[in-house]
Design a protein around this ligand. Structure first.
Ligand code: CAA
Length: 385
């Protein structure tokens, strides 16, 4: 029985800043940000948005009357959660009108969370073929104003419905993984912004890729020639390229060129949104499926990495005719219809946030789901009717 991704949805906030304007404000050569880092635009979440509202938006794009009642597992991967106890998935139960007979919980391991969720979902559906799983990656990547990481911020969510006989991606149940205690990136509970040893995190990321790729080849007796496309965790578009470049000169030149060409298609959306943390790899998948010239039954290798650190490489196969199940036009329109804001407006939003006793005026809301109030330190959410 084939198990994999049946539906894929994406959400990113409606506001963004231009990276050239950010570079100019910070007194940096714009080429450093657009070429050296590889970003063009950065999503800016509104003050009524967080990991819950963005998860709800992405999932709302893939749930319908047919699949909602089949959901038996809801997993949210996030490293920007809103509560130390209550899972993001609990808030989604009524926002998304999910059936009560589900296991709903949250997973954290930096940018690896959604991959952990996806692999659990695979096992769940394999054991319960008539059920479906909803896996959501939702994050706000924040390093802070005028920090080196500022250019690599972003926000958004990806939702995946995992089922038998999937219409988008078959997971092949071939994977290798590794974990190591590494201090490359962390966010203590007192802080809204992350701490990172940026260059060290690059080194670890590349090391994990090299180690896992060798392990994958040895375990399954495959080479790069067995794959049409390699997708990477993309905190910023230059980063995946650093891993891909390790293959230059080690695999046939035409295969390397093909992988680079496909990589460029996979980072188009990230370049215009920024870091989604745990959703980044899956935004890369969406970007490739929407923007690439994907062959029927294409073989993919996916490299997931979460600082701290956990890495995994697994393989998958694109299902022929997936285009009918992925709303490419909607995703392109959502990205196109966003509003550019100034760097000072972004700084203003960045420093604000609802505190206990605050409510959100409906007239300020430009999305379907929003944080309506914080009352007795409890976050309350609403859906715009
Ligand atoms: N024109 C073109 N390129 C230029 C340039 C110019 N004028 N000036 C500099 N560059 C290039 C540099 O050569 C460099 O390229 P390489 O990386 O290929 O060497 C690149 O621009 C960046 O330059 P620097 O290394 O000097 O930049 P920096 O010191 O400002 O740091 C950064 C860059 C390390 C990515 C920093 O933005 C950062 O710390 N970001 C946050 C950490 C991060 O994103 N880590 C990876 C994520 S790990 C993860 O995803 C976390 C998770 O699991 C949650």
């Amino acid at each position: 029985m084939d198990v994999g991704i049946d539906r894929l949805g994406f959400y990113t906030p409606k506001k963004y800043i231009d990276i050239v304007e950010l570079a100019n404000e910070r007194g940096v050569d714009p080429d450093k940000f657009t070429i050296g880092i590889g970003q063009s635009k950065q999503a800016v979440p509104d003050i009524y948005q967080d990991a819950v509202t963005m998860a709800a938006e992405a999932a709302d794009n893939v749930l319908d009357d047919d699949n909602r009642s089949d959901i038996g597992l809801v997993i949210v991967g996030t490293e920007s959660s809103v509560d130390e106890s209550k899972a993001v998935s609990a808030f989604l139960m009524d926002l998304l009108e999910l059936p009560e007979d589900v296991r709903a919980f949250e997973i954290k391991e930096a940018c690896y969370g959604a991959t952990a969720g996806l692999q659990m979902a695979y096992n769940f559906v394999a054991m319960n073929p008539d059920k479906k799983a909803l896996v959501i990656a939702s994050d706000i990547a924040r390093y802070g104003i005028k920090t080196p990481g500022e250019v690599t911020q972003g926000a958004g969510a990806v939702a995946m419905i995992v089922s038998k006989n999937p219409h988008i991606l078959k997971l092949e149940n071939k994977s290798v993984y590794m974990s190591r205690n590494v201090g490359d990136f962390w966010r203590p509970t007192f802080s809204k912004t992350a701490f990172a040893r940026g260059k060290f995190s690059n080194e670890i990321y590349v090391d994990f890729f090299t180690t896992l790729w060798k392990k994958f080849q040895d375990k399954y007796g495959v080479t790069a020639d067995d794959f049409d496309t390699m997708l990477f965790h993309i905190p910023y578009t230059k980063m995946g390229m650093k891993a891909l470049r390790t293959l230059d000169g080690k695999i046939p030149d035409d295969k390397y060129s093909e992988l680079v060409e496909h990589y460029q298609k996979s980072v188009e959306f990230s370049r215009n949104v920024g870091n989604l943390y745990t959703g980044s790899l899956y935004l890369g998948l969406i970007s490739y499926l929407v923007n690439g010239e994907v062959k029927p039954d294409e073989k993919l290798m996916l490299f997931s990495y979460g600082s701290g650190a956990v890495g995994e490489i697994y393989s998958a196969e694109v299902v022929s005719g997936y285009e009918k199940y992925l709303d490419s036009d909607f995703i392109k329109q959502e990205l196109k219809n966003r509003q550019k804001i100034s760097v000072s407006d972004y700084e203003n939003i960045f420093s604000k946030g609802l505190v206990n006793g605050d409510t959100t005026a409906l007239s300020d809301v430009h999305d379907k789901f929003y944080l309506s109030e914080i009352k007795e330190s409890e976050r309350l959410y609403k859906k715009v009717n």
